[in-house]
Write a protein that binds this ligand. Structure first.
Ligand code: C2E
Ligand code: MG
Ligand code: MG
Ligand code: MG
Length: 291
């Protein structure tokens, strides 16, 4: 679709495309208002160490309950924000909130925050990270920034400078959704990632007879280890999947088998004498939960 066509530029529309564009513009307005009115939320999804069920981290996932539309998934509103400059203040809000919330957790629990490519490459991003740490008092190595390969699509020099500055601050970097998109192993050669997150799509198919997805999971975990990185396997929903990824060498798992994302109050309610542990459980439990 032609988007952002400048003045006087010729654009073709189908009625549907025009509707879609208007719809996105409306959503963006509402999102801007929601951010200003402090109506956005962060929920946290545990990352669990399989060997002892200890929660070692929590991924911050944005949640938005729209007064008419109900819960709008981040898969819908994040791309809209990414197309505009709103992603920068939205991401800044998330960083500050996540760091503040993590200060109330055990020190052994990290917080992971998703960072859009446009946010990462914007001027001042490193300062925003430093400010969030300073304001909250969170130790830098308890903050993990989740990036996707799209950060490499921009100017490589800027990207490298940003990476170096972030490493100097001492935050951790994770490569999200690994194995999908434009995966190139060359990114791993030079970028200082501390963690790879195996994309859910491999887990979805890891119990299939041909075993290709399971083998790819083994290979990604091996690659990650060889390069001195941790690995989180994302999107594990069922016991048979947990069994497969465990056999394939997974140590850290994030998925509905342990828990969906939950609000900060529920996180705090789950911490007992400075510990947060979760047993894996079947699908029944999840039906009751809100996303
Ligand atoms: P992501 O960073 O890859 O986050 C993981 C997504 O997988 C989350 O979806 C999570 O709820 C979902 N998930 C985790 N375990 C399972 C499982 O066992 N089964 C299923 N079906 N899903 C599972 P969510 O919260 O809808 O977020 C979608 C995407 O939106 C995220 O993917 C991330 O790319 C983006 N996003 C969310 N919050 C933020 C944010 O604060 N900033 C930015 N830039 N992006 C965000
Ligand atoms: Mg993520
Ligand atoms: Mg992911
Ligand atoms: Mg994703």
């Amino acid at each position: 679709a032609a988007k952002n066509g400048g003045r006087g530029q010729f654009r073709f529309y189908s009625a549907d495309l025009k509707d879609e564009e208007e719809e996105r513009a409306l959503l963006l307005d509402d999102l801007r208002e929601a951010l200003a009115a402090d109506e956005l939320q962060l929920h946290y999804q545990p990352v669990v160490r399989i060997s002892d069920n200890m929660v070692v981290g929590m991924e911050a996932l944005m949640r938005w309950e729209h007064e008419e539309r109900g819960w709008v998934p981040p898969g819908t509103f994040i791309p809209v924000a990414e197309e505009s400059s709103l992603i920068a203040p939205l991401g800044e809000w998330a960083l500050h909130r996540a760091c503040r919330d993590a200060m109330e957790w055990p020190e052994t629990v990290r917080v992971a925050v998703n960072v859009s490519a446009r946010q990462f490459t914007a001027n001042g991003f490193v300062d925003v990270v430093a400010a969030a740490l300073q304001e909250s008092g969170l130790a830098p190595d308890r903050l993990e920034l989740e990036l996707t390969e799209s950060v490499f699509m921009g100017d490589s020099e800027t990207t490298e400078v940003t990476f170096n500055a972030l490493k100097k601050i001492g935050v951790r970097l994770a490569l999200d959704d690994f194995g999908t998109g434009y995966s190139s192993l060359s990114y791993l050669r030079s970028a200082p990632f501390d963690k790879l997150k195996v994309d859910k799509s491999f887990v979805d198919t890891c119990t299939q007879k041909d075993q290709n997805s399971a083998k790819i999971i083994t290979a990604i975990i091996g690659l990650s280890k060889a390069l001195g990185m941790e690995t989180t396997v994302e999107g594990v929903e069922a016991f048979d999947q947990l069994d497969v990824v465990k056999k394939r060498g997974a140590e850290l798992v994030q998925g509905w088998i342990y828990s969906k994302a939950m609000p900060q109050a529920m996180v705090l309610a789950n911490i007992h004498s400075g510990e947060f542990k979760i047993e894996p459980s079947g699908p029944d439990k999840h039906r009751a939960d809100r996303r």
